[in-house]
Design a protein around this ligand. Sequence first.
Ligand SMILES: [Zn+2]
Length: 179
Amino acid sequence: MATPARMVQLCCPSCQSSHWTIDCDYTGAHPLGKKELYYDEREYTCPNCGKTSCGYIVLQKSPVEFFLQPSEHYPMSQQEFDHWLRIFKAYFPDHPRLSRVGKDWHPLQKPKLRKGRTVLNVIIGGTAGIVTVVLLFFPLTTGTRDFLFFASIAVLLACHVVLKQYGRKLSQRRTEAAS
Ligand SMILES: [Zn+2]
């Protein structure tokens, strides 16, 4: 099986100019009975001098996770994603994948932010659960009942506002990345 595609910057052996292409480290040729070629054994056409040859030198490669976003297993920071997206936009301005930016192609949110969301959800669930149990099973005065009721509403509203802000921040980031 081929390894994930990545952007590869190659240096032409004839004129030493560089260009970007999209290729895989391993193309999966070997199991099909063909020889697996390394980058310097593959033929590329240089956009500068027009020569088609092998012997290209790899200058840099985008991380494997770039085209795999969003991925639980290969998370990527927004900063790093934006860096590679700038290169992708610059060298592949007509690539159809660009229309997916911010839709189904975006870095997976940072674990820190995800954790914050989980904590908030636990607070919401916990508050609702505790208040329900107390209201149902404890003999309370009307005043205490009212206090508990309004206090829990306040906590839930606060969590709701924070979660909304959080969602807005995330979508803002995605639009920023898309623009
Ligand atoms: Zn060249």
